[in-house]
Ligand binder design. Sequence first.
Ligand SMILES: Cc1cc2nc3c(=O)[nH]c(=O)nc-3n(C[C@H](O)[C@H](O)[C@H](O)COP(=O)(O)O)c2cc1C
Length: 290
Amino acid sequence: MAEYNQPVTGIIRRRFSCRSYIPKPIEPELKERLSNFLAGSPTGPLGTGVRFELVSAGENDSTVLKGLGTYGFIKGARGFIVGAVEKLENHNMEDYGYLMERAVLFATDIGLGTCWLGGTFNKSGFARKISLKENEMLPAVVAVGYVADKRRWFDSFIRRRAGSDSRLPWTRLFFDRTFSTGLPVEVTDAFATPLEMVRLGPSASNRQPWRIVRDNKQWHFYLQRTSGYADRNKTFFKLADMQRIDMGIAMCHFDLTVREMGMSGGWIFSEQHIDTPDTLTEYIVTWRQR
Ligand SMILES: Cc1cc2nc3c(=O)[nH]c(=O)nc-3n(C[C@H](O)[C@H](O)[C@H](O)COP(=O)(O)O)c2cc1C
């Protein structure tokens, strides 16, 4: 992709949630490149625009994060990417996930570490920095900075607790026509790579709620919610719908990968009569190959 210097599949493989940074400000040249990238952010694939801003963090911002519903202490981050999106747009969370992840991959490409942080930022210092309007929300931010060489034991602890290094097997994520037939790697030929890139994506608490059903040239994306997760987040932490953000991230990885592979296609709404495994599973969107 022209937007990145390196192949997007390599960038996706290298990305990880970095929770320890060298506490030095991002150098002006990189800051400018990232800011320009954010300023040039297109409208999301489902029609919502997001206003992004790269903000410098004060010494205390990492500590403040703990009070905002985020988990996993972030150490030393001196920059944050924040975004403002309209509250009432139908697909705002998916587009937020898609567009923010696009920026995460750019930051990774230029050598910076990142970590998504879902929280209640609407009344935070971050909201003030982006001049959040009444009709907008700020559902998640991304910490960005120089990766500290030595990961603290705490990082490893959080990673183990969130099971960050593990991903669900293929046959639990990807399906052939119905949810009862798992799609093995061997039968997906050209699509093996885009699907694997979805699988490597970050997701809130590493819940990996993305499910994809192949149906000829159509790839139907479903969200299989984690039982109680949305309610708990909303009631106790006043969090936005994190799992819809996860879906946007999956769409981003899939889309950028198929484009890099030279395949053409696009996003449509084309819900089919496919029985879902449970009431927690809902249709989101379809990628159709042309
Ligand atoms: C929407 C979203 C919100 C997240 N919120 C947090 C958070 O509040 N605190 C945190 O430490 N990590 C957070 N993460 C990072 C996930 O825990 C991480 O992506 C997952 O454990 C997989 O690990 P990896 O990103 O290193 O592959 C979030 C990720 C996403 C996509």
